[in-house]
Design a protein around this ligand. Structure first.
Ligand SMILES: O=C(O)C(=O)Cc1ccccc1
Length: 362
């Protein structure tokens, strides 16, 4: 054996030794999680397996301590999986998401909860809300806005008649692929995708598939499922969805904007306590008179509170040309700095509801 081979064998042996230590430590962490569950049971306390603020704190601390060579994202993925496996030992979580399998929402849900959560696909966004409202799922994940295309209005509208709270947010880079059994672009006569997928690839479609009809369907994965059945149809979906439904890829990365990102919300019953890096989502409305939106927002401006989003939607139950505003601000509703301004807004508004305070996406 050459010296080089001896060196390699020694390095591999060290790696084996480290793997044994990692396994030992991860097992110890898992045993502690089980211990917490037993201690809570003895005291008759409700077991709260998923604590978004605690998980966010852990990830923030670890990524701050990280000195490389693994990236911040890699460290986050590893530890999310460790936490997911430990949580599953305490109690299996069920997470409803906009399905079928292979949607971007499923990817967002796995990114957030890790692969040890039980995933429950729903055909519609409304179905995800219902599944959590009825208690059939512990949490739900739905798309809410895209960096280039704006809001998923159905998600916002659904909040107006739901008691659910926002307990977290997830951001995901989105790459779209065109998948089809057609031999080439010229033989495609229809394109299926979620409305957001069609919009995010509008310019590409106009250039490359001007002849094809656009068919919005309930999700990109549903589009891939349909394209698998029709040889002259194509789907705009993720590469993973195309693979799952057995549809060949014709073109990758067809999104019009580099950096295309979608934000998803995690739905649950109760917002978590402050993590130190939080966001708060509100829905507000006031009578339709000039200057009232300004008055509603003035306490935020006066107190230097950062607003990251404002979206207006028709307030259907309140009459024609009445609007509600969905507002995101930085901070937690329980933070001292937010309490006063929020109380002032509440006084000025005809409708005021805090949808949730939750850790900002990492
Ligand atoms: O249809 C999906 O896969 C979704 O999860 C909704 C969506 C569609 C397009 C971009 C991001 C999310």
């Amino acid at each position: 054996m050459s010296v080089d081979n001896d060196d390699l064998a020694a390095l591999r042996q060290r790696i084996d030794g480290i793997d044994d230590q990692i396994l030992e430590l991860v097992s110890e962490r898992a045993r502690l999680a089980e211990e917490v569950a037993r201690a809570k049971a003895r005291r008759g306390e409700a077991l709260k397996v998923y604590r978004p603020e605690r998980e966010a704190e852990i990830l923030r601390r670890l990524t701050e301590h990280n000195r490389g060579p693994l990236t911040r994202e890699q460290v986050t993925v590893l530890f999310r999986e460790v936490m997911s496996a430990c949580r599953a030992l305490q109690q299996p979580l069920t997470v409803a998401f906009l399905g079928p399998q292979g949607t971007f929402t499923e990817e967002a849900a796995s990114k957030h909860f890790g692969h040890d959560a039980g995933m429950s696909p729903q055909a519609t966004i409304g179905g995800v809300f219902r599944e959590v409202e009825s208690g059939a799922a512990h949490y739900g994940v739905v798309p809410v806005e895209n960096s280039s295309e704006g809001v998923v209005s159905h998600t916002l509208d659904r909040f107006l008649d739901s008691e659910l709270a926002i307990v977290g947010e997830v951001e995901l880079r989105i790459h779209h692929a065109l998948a089809s059994h057609a031999g080439g672009l010229t033989s495609i006569d229809r394109v299926y995708s979620h409305q957001q997928g069609l919009s995010q690839c509008r310019a590409w479609l106009e250039t490359h598939l001007p002849q094809a009809e656009r068919h919005p369907v309930s999700s990109t994965a549903e589009a891939a499922r349909l394209a698998a059945l029709e040889p002259s149809a194509a789907a705009i979906a993720s590469e993973a969805a195309a693979e799952r439904y057995g549809v060949p890829l014709l073109q990758e990365r067809i999104e019009d904007y580099h950096g295309n990102t979608t934000r998803f919300l995690v739905l649950g019953y109760q917002s978590p306590p402050p993590s130190g890096h939080d966001k708060t989502s509100l829905v507000v409305s006031s009578a339709n008179r000039s200057g009232l939106l300004f008055q509603l927002l003035e306490p935020l401006a006066r107190n230097g509170i950062d607003m990251t989003r404002i979206e207006s939607r028709p307030a259907r139950q309140r009459g024609v040309w009445e609007y509600v505003f969905f507002i995101d601000i930085l901070g937690h509703a329980e933070d001292e700095s937010l309490r006063g301004p929020l109380a002032e807004m509440r006084e000025r508004a005809s409708l005021f509801r805090i949808l949730g305070s939750y850790p900002r996406a990492i």
